[in-house]
Structures are given as C-alpha cells and as structure tokens.
Ligand binder design. Structure first.
Ligand code: HEC
Length: 162
C-alpha cells in the first residue's frame, strides 16, 4: 500500500512536470508567433489614404462619363480602404473621425444607383469637401483634396463598354 501511494505520487509528479514542460513550450511558441505578428508588414494610414486618393480621382471620370458600373466599382474601392483603416489603424486616434464620410459616400452611391449625373456631381463635391473636413479635424489640413482635372493614369479608358 505504502509503495502504491508512493508510486502514484511519483506518477502525479511526473505528469505535473510534463505539463510544466508543455506550458513552457507553448509559451515559447506564442512568444515567437507574437514576435512574427509584430513584425508583419501592414500598410499605414497614409498608404490607405493614397489608395483612396486614386479611387476618388477615377470615380470622378467614371461618373462624368456616365460609366456607372465603373463608378460603382470605384466607390466600393474607397469604402474598402476606409474599412481597412477601421480594422488596421485602431491605434491612430484619427480613425475615430472616419464616420463623418459615411453619409457623403452613401449619397454618391445613391446617385450612381440612380444613374443621375447632376446628383453625382453635387454629391461628389460634398464628398470631396468632407475629405478636407476630416483632414482639418485631424490636423492634416495641408492635405487638400480637389475635384480632379486629369485621370491618374493614361492607360485606362473611362468610357462605358458599348
Ligand atoms: C479620418 C478622417 C479622414 C477622412 C474622412 C479622409 N482622410 Fe485623408 N487623411 C487623413 C489622415 C489622418 C491623413 C494622414 C495620414 C498619415 O498619417 O499618413 C490623411 C492623408 C491623406 C492623403 C495624403 C496621403 C499621402 O501619404 O500622401 C490623401 C491624398 C488623402 N488623405 C486623401 C483623402 C481623400 C481623397 C478622402 C476622401 C475621399 C480622405 N482623404 C478622407 C484623414 C482622413
């Protein structure tokens, strides 16, 4: 009996040790994964904004060419980049101000759905001035967005497919 209890204690001790070893191993794996995550490349706020800038420009030429399919595509690209900011830039206080662009974006979306050229132009102006309102609100007032006069690239046509 004495031996059996001793043996069981030994077993239990061995199991504990084993578990301790596993925990250490797991912790080391977690630490190494955390290290990898911390060093993973993720685009910054400014990079997402540069993407928004390109699509904001293309959106104008799509809409003014009555290319509503392309305009719809471009506005969704803008929405995606803004969503990415909400996901990946939570450490930036400026992210809290992003909601101010939701309604102006929705108004442009509605004009696109209605294929309404006049509405498109006027809602695009308001969208553009909201870009600047947010830049002002976030101390980036030196980034001034305007209605574009030329498309960003010469190798894309904005005419609708016939
Ligand atoms: C959260 C409010 C907010 C809204 C809304 C917003 N921006 Fe920005 N934007 C910023 C901030 C903050 C920066 C500076 C980012 C940085 O630190 O690099 C910026 C930077 C920029 C830049 C400079 C990027 C660079 O690195 O050269 C451009 C271009 C830009 N925004 C375009 C736009 C356009 C176009 C819109 C509207 C469709 C828009 N932004 C809407 C906050 C906003």
């Amino acid at each position: 009996m004495k031996y059996t209890i001793g043996f069981m204690l030994l077993l239990a001790l061995a199991a504990c040790n084993q578990q301790g070893g596993n925990t250490q191993q797991l912790q080391a794996q977690v630490d190494s994964l955390q290290h990898k995550l911390d060093n993973t490349y993720k685009p910054g706020f400014g990079e997402f904004m540069s993407s928004v800038q390109v699509h904001h420009n293309k959106l104008w030429f799509a809409g003014t060419n009555n290319n509503w399919k392309l305009a719809d595509f471009e506005i969704n690209e803008i929405k995606e980049s803004l969503d990415d900011i909400k996901t990946y830039c939570t450490d930036r206080p400026e992210t809290n101000s992003i909601g101010m662009i939701d309604q102006p974006l929705q108004n442009v979306s509605n004009a696109i759905q209605q294929k309404n050229s006049m509405e498109f132009k006027s809602s695009y102006m308001i969208l553009t001035s909201t870009c600047n309102s947010c830049h002002q609100a976030t101390q980036h007032e030196f980034n001034i967005i305007t209605v574009p006069t030329t498309p960003p690239y010469s190798n894309q046509s904005f005419k609708p497919v016939q």
